[in-house]
Write a protein that binds this ligand. Sequence first.
Ligand SMILES: Cc1ncc(COP(=O)(O)O)c(C=O)c1O
Length: 262
Amino acid sequence: MRPEVRLVGAGGAACPSTELVVRFSQRHLGASSLGPRYAYDFQPGLPDLTGFPRAQWIRSLRAVLREAPYGALGYGDPRGTTQLRNRLMTYLGRVHGAAPEPEHTLVCAGFTQGFPMLCRALADRGVERIAVEYPGWVAHRRLAERAGLQPIAIPVDEHGIDVDALRASRCEAVVATPSHQFPTGVVLSAERRAALLEWAQDEDGLIVEDDYDSELRHDRAPVGALQGLAPERVCYMARPASAWHRAYVSAGSCPRRGSPEP
Ligand SMILES: Cc1ncc(COP(=O)(O)O)c(C=O)c1O
Protein backbone atom coordinates (compact mmCIF):
# COMPACT_ATOMS: atom_id res chain seq x y z
CA MET A 1 0.00 0.00 0.00
CA ARG A 2 1.63 3.28 -1.07
CA PRO A 3 0.70 6.45 0.78
CA GLU A 4 -0.13 9.44 -1.39
CA VAL A 5 1.68 12.44 0.05
CA ARG A 6 0.41 15.90 -0.79
CA LEU A 7 1.50 19.30 0.37
CA VAL A 8 -1.70 21.22 0.96
CA GLY A 9 -2.14 24.95 1.20
CA ALA A 10 -2.76 26.68 4.46
CA GLY A 11 -6.39 27.17 3.50
CA GLY A 12 -7.21 23.51 4.04
CA ALA A 13 -10.05 23.25 6.52
CA ALA A 14 -8.93 24.09 10.04
CA CYS A 15 -5.24 24.15 9.07
CA PRO A 16 -3.65 27.18 10.74
CA SER A 17 -0.48 26.88 8.70
CA THR A 18 0.89 24.93 5.80
CA GLU A 19 1.30 21.34 6.75
CA LEU A 20 2.10 18.05 5.17
CA VAL A 21 -1.01 15.99 4.87
CA VAL A 22 -0.55 12.32 4.25
CA ARG A 23 -3.55 10.68 2.72
CA PHE A 24 -3.78 7.09 1.73
CA SER A 25 -4.85 6.58 -1.80
CA GLN A 26 -8.56 6.12 -2.23
CA ARG A 27 -7.84 3.14 -4.40
CA HIS A 28 -6.27 1.30 -1.47
CA LEU A 29 -8.52 2.30 1.39
CA GLY A 30 -11.92 2.59 -0.26
CA ALA A 31 -14.21 5.59 -0.27
CA SER A 32 -15.83 4.97 3.12
CA SER A 33 -12.54 5.59 4.98
CA LEU A 34 -12.29 9.08 3.50
CA GLY A 35 -15.63 10.34 4.75
CA PRO A 36 -18.90 10.78 2.88
CA ARG A 37 -18.93 11.15 -0.90
CA TYR A 38 -21.67 13.02 -2.70
CA ALA A 39 -23.00 12.89 -6.22
CA TYR A 40 -23.01 16.73 -6.17
CA ASP A 41 -20.61 18.26 -3.68
CA PHE A 42 -21.47 21.89 -2.88
CA GLN A 43 -18.63 22.40 -0.43
CA PRO A 44 -17.44 25.98 -1.00
CA GLY A 45 -13.85 26.89 -1.72
CA LEU A 46 -12.87 23.74 -3.57
CA PRO A 47 -12.76 23.67 -7.38
CA ASP A 48 -13.17 20.56 -9.49
CA LEU A 49 -9.91 18.80 -8.74
CA THR A 50 -10.29 16.51 -11.71
CA GLY A 51 -9.43 19.54 -13.88
CA PHE A 52 -5.92 19.78 -12.48
CA PRO A 53 -3.46 19.75 -15.42
CA ARG A 54 -1.27 16.92 -14.15
CA ALA A 55 0.58 16.32 -17.41
CA GLN A 56 1.48 19.98 -17.97
CA TRP A 57 2.50 20.33 -14.32
CA ILE A 58 4.87 17.37 -14.51
CA ARG A 59 6.28 18.61 -17.81
CA SER A 60 6.98 22.02 -16.32
CA LEU A 61 8.57 20.56 -13.19
CA ARG A 62 10.84 18.37 -15.32
CA ALA A 63 11.86 21.27 -17.53
CA VAL A 64 12.65 23.49 -14.55
CA LEU A 65 14.64 20.81 -12.74
CA ARG A 66 16.60 20.04 -15.89
CA GLU A 67 17.50 23.65 -16.55
CA ALA A 68 17.83 25.21 -13.08
CA PRO A 69 21.40 26.16 -12.15
CA TYR A 70 22.75 24.53 -8.94
CA GLY A 71 22.47 27.86 -7.17
CA ALA A 72 18.72 27.75 -7.58
CA LEU A 73 18.55 24.60 -5.44
CA GLY A 74 19.83 26.34 -2.32
CA TYR A 75 18.26 29.02 -0.13
CA GLY A 76 16.68 31.70 -2.19
CA ASP A 77 14.91 34.97 -1.69
CA PRO A 78 12.29 34.35 1.03
CA ARG A 79 9.78 36.34 -1.06
CA GLY A 80 10.07 33.80 -3.89
CA THR A 81 12.54 33.81 -6.76
CA THR A 82 12.77 36.93 -8.86
CA GLN A 83 11.77 34.98 -11.96
CA LEU A 84 8.66 33.60 -10.28
CA ARG A 85 7.62 36.97 -8.91
CA ASN A 86 8.18 38.65 -12.25
CA ARG A 87 6.13 36.01 -14.03
CA LEU A 88 3.33 36.17 -11.50
CA MET A 89 3.22 39.93 -11.63
CA THR A 90 2.99 39.96 -15.40
CA TYR A 91 0.19 37.43 -15.21
CA LEU A 92 -1.72 39.26 -12.46
CA GLY A 93 -1.45 42.49 -14.41
CA ARG A 94 -2.65 40.95 -17.65
CA VAL A 95 -5.43 38.77 -16.29
CA HIS A 96 -6.59 40.57 -13.14
CA GLY A 97 -5.81 44.19 -13.93
CA ALA A 98 -3.59 44.39 -10.86
CA ALA A 99 -0.50 46.59 -10.81
CA PRO A 100 1.85 44.83 -8.43
CA GLU A 101 5.55 45.51 -8.10
CA PRO A 102 7.75 42.40 -7.90
CA GLU A 103 9.89 44.17 -5.26
CA HIS A 104 6.90 44.37 -2.92
CA THR A 105 5.48 40.98 -3.63
CA LEU A 106 5.61 37.86 -1.54
CA VAL A 107 4.77 34.38 -2.73
CA CYS A 108 3.24 32.27 0.00
CA ALA A 109 1.36 29.04 0.46
CA GLY A 110 -2.10 30.54 0.57
CA PHE A 111 -4.08 33.46 1.92
CA THR A 112 -4.12 31.75 5.28
CA GLN A 113 -0.36 32.01 5.47
CA GLY A 114 0.02 35.47 3.94
CA PHE A 115 -2.75 37.33 5.76
CA PRO A 116 -1.43 36.69 9.31
CA MET A 117 2.02 37.90 8.19
CA LEU A 118 0.44 41.10 6.92
CA CYS A 119 -1.64 41.52 10.11
CA ARG A 120 1.47 41.12 12.28
CA ALA A 121 3.29 43.69 10.16
CA LEU A 122 0.36 46.08 10.61
CA ALA A 123 0.27 45.45 14.37
CA ASP A 124 4.02 46.15 14.55
CA ARG A 125 3.33 49.49 12.90
CA GLY A 126 0.76 50.39 15.53
CA VAL A 127 -2.45 49.42 13.72
CA GLU A 128 -5.00 48.15 16.24
CA ARG A 129 -8.27 47.61 14.41
CA ILE A 130 -9.09 45.97 11.13
CA ALA A 131 -12.54 45.96 9.54
CA VAL A 132 -13.91 42.63 8.32
CA GLU A 133 -17.01 42.01 6.23
CA TYR A 134 -20.19 40.76 7.88
CA PRO A 135 -21.27 38.29 6.76
CA GLY A 136 -17.81 37.25 5.75
CA TRP A 137 -15.22 34.52 5.85
CA VAL A 138 -14.74 33.60 9.48
CA ALA A 139 -10.99 33.17 8.94
CA HIS A 140 -10.59 36.90 8.27
CA ARG A 141 -11.72 37.63 11.82
CA ARG A 142 -9.93 34.71 13.46
CA LEU A 143 -6.57 35.20 11.73
CA ALA A 144 -6.59 38.95 12.40
CA GLU A 145 -7.40 38.33 16.04
CA ARG A 146 -4.62 35.79 16.44
CA ALA A 147 -2.17 38.23 14.89
CA GLY A 148 -3.03 40.82 17.53
CA LEU A 149 -5.56 43.02 15.69
CA GLN A 150 -9.10 43.74 16.78
CA PRO A 151 -11.55 42.77 14.02
CA ILE A 152 -14.57 45.05 13.62
CA ALA A 153 -17.58 43.69 11.68
CA ILE A 154 -18.86 45.93 8.87
CA PRO A 155 -22.19 45.05 7.22
CA VAL A 156 -22.42 43.94 3.60
CA ASP A 157 -25.52 44.64 1.49
CA GLU A 158 -26.40 44.05 -2.16
CA HIS A 159 -23.75 46.61 -3.24
CA GLY A 160 -20.97 45.12 -1.13
CA ILE A 161 -19.31 46.43 2.02
CA ASP A 162 -21.01 49.46 3.63
CA VAL A 163 -18.36 52.17 3.33
CA ASP A 164 -20.24 54.66 5.56
CA ALA A 165 -20.15 52.08 8.36
CA LEU A 166 -16.45 51.53 7.64
CA ARG A 167 -15.81 55.27 8.00
CA ALA A 168 -17.70 55.35 11.28
CA SER A 169 -15.68 52.40 12.62
CA ARG A 170 -12.42 54.39 12.71
CA CYS A 171 -10.54 51.29 11.52
CA GLU A 172 -7.16 51.82 9.89
CA ALA A 173 -7.37 48.78 7.64
CA VAL A 174 -10.04 46.63 6.05
CA VAL A 175 -10.02 43.17 4.52
CA ALA A 176 -12.62 42.75 1.79
CA THR A 177 -13.62 40.52 -1.13
CA PRO A 178 -14.64 43.19 -3.70
CA SER A 179 -14.79 41.08 -6.84
CA HIS A 180 -16.92 38.29 -5.35
CA GLN A 181 -18.04 38.81 -1.78
CA PHE A 182 -17.83 35.75 0.41
CA PRO A 183 -20.40 34.34 1.14
CA THR A 184 -23.08 36.51 -0.56
CA GLY A 185 -21.44 36.53 -4.00
CA VAL A 186 -22.16 40.25 -4.61
CA VAL A 187 -19.70 42.35 -6.57
CA LEU A 188 -18.72 45.67 -5.02
CA SER A 189 -20.63 48.30 -7.02
CA ALA A 190 -18.78 51.02 -8.94
CA GLU A 191 -19.94 53.68 -6.43
CA ARG A 192 -18.75 51.61 -3.50
CA ARG A 193 -15.42 50.88 -5.15
CA ALA A 194 -14.87 54.60 -5.55
CA ALA A 195 -16.05 55.24 -1.98
CA LEU A 196 -13.76 52.55 -0.58
CA LEU A 197 -10.73 54.02 -2.35
CA GLU A 198 -11.74 57.47 -1.14
CA TRP A 199 -11.94 56.13 2.42
CA ALA A 200 -8.40 54.75 2.13
CA GLN A 201 -7.16 58.07 0.79
CA ASP A 202 -8.90 60.20 3.43
CA GLU A 203 -8.07 57.98 6.39
CA ASP A 204 -4.63 56.85 5.25
CA GLY A 205 -6.16 53.40 5.40
CA LEU A 206 -5.05 50.10 3.93
CA ILE A 207 -7.37 47.88 1.91
CA VAL A 208 -6.52 44.18 1.89
CA GLU A 209 -8.11 42.85 -1.29
CA ASP A 210 -8.84 39.15 -0.95
CA ASP A 211 -9.26 38.08 -4.57
CA TYR A 212 -9.65 34.44 -3.59
CA ASP A 213 -11.61 33.02 -6.52
CA SER A 214 -11.30 35.52 -9.32
CA GLU A 215 -10.48 32.83 -11.85
CA LEU A 216 -13.66 30.91 -11.20
CA ARG A 217 -16.10 33.33 -12.80
CA HIS A 218 -19.00 31.50 -14.42
CA ASP A 219 -21.90 33.92 -14.08
CA ARG A 220 -20.49 37.33 -15.01
CA ALA A 221 -17.60 39.13 -16.65
CA PRO A 222 -14.45 39.27 -14.50
CA VAL A 223 -13.96 42.39 -12.43
CA GLY A 224 -10.59 44.14 -12.42
CA ALA A 225 -8.61 44.23 -9.20
CA LEU A 226 -9.11 47.26 -6.99
CA GLN A 227 -5.36 47.25 -6.45
CA GLY A 228 -4.79 48.26 -10.07
CA LEU A 229 -6.62 51.55 -9.36
CA ALA A 230 -4.68 52.46 -6.21
CA PRO A 231 -1.54 50.36 -5.80
CA GLU A 232 -0.35 52.55 -2.93
CA ARG A 233 -3.51 51.89 -0.90
CA VAL A 234 -4.33 48.25 -1.62
CA CYS A 235 -2.58 45.05 -0.65
CA TYR A 236 -3.65 42.51 -3.22
CA MET A 237 -3.83 38.86 -2.26
CA ALA A 238 -4.67 36.53 -5.11
CA ARG A 239 -4.52 32.87 -5.79
CA PRO A 240 -3.45 32.69 -9.43
CA ALA A 241 -3.93 28.94 -9.52
CA SER A 242 -7.41 28.90 -8.02
CA ALA A 243 -8.84 27.33 -11.12
CA TRP A 244 -6.61 24.34 -10.58
CA HIS A 245 -6.05 23.61 -6.97
CA ARG A 246 -6.25 25.43 -3.68
CA ALA A 247 -2.94 23.90 -2.71
CA TYR A 248 -0.69 26.03 -4.82
CA VAL A 249 0.71 29.49 -4.51
CA SER A 250 -0.95 32.67 -3.46
CA ALA A 251 0.82 35.87 -4.23
CA GLY A 252 0.31 39.00 -2.25
CA SER A 253 1.52 42.44 -3.14
CA CYS A 254 1.73 45.23 -0.62
CA PRO A 255 1.89 48.93 -1.13
CA ARG A 256 5.22 50.33 -0.02
CA ARG A 257 3.86 51.93 3.11
CA GLY A 258 2.48 48.67 4.49
CA SER A 259 5.04 46.17 3.32
CA PRO A 260 7.15 44.29 5.81
CA GLU A 261 10.92 44.75 5.51
CA PRO A 262 12.31 41.98 3.29
C1 LIG B 1 -12.88 34.42 1.36
C2 LIG B 1 -11.75 33.46 1.18
N1 LIG B 1 -10.49 33.94 1.09
C3 LIG B 1 -9.42 33.13 0.91
C4 LIG B 1 -9.61 31.76 0.82
C5 LIG B 1 -8.43 30.89 0.49
O1 LIG B 1 -7.51 30.72 1.43
P1 LIG B 1 -6.18 29.89 1.02
O2 LIG B 1 -5.50 30.63 -0.09
O3 LIG B 1 -5.39 29.88 2.27
O4 LIG B 1 -6.63 28.54 0.58
C6 LIG B 1 -10.87 31.20 0.92
C7 LIG B 1 -11.03 29.75 0.83
O5 LIG B 1 -12.03 29.16 1.07
C8 LIG B 1 -11.96 32.07 1.10
O6 LIG B 1 -13.20 31.59 1.19
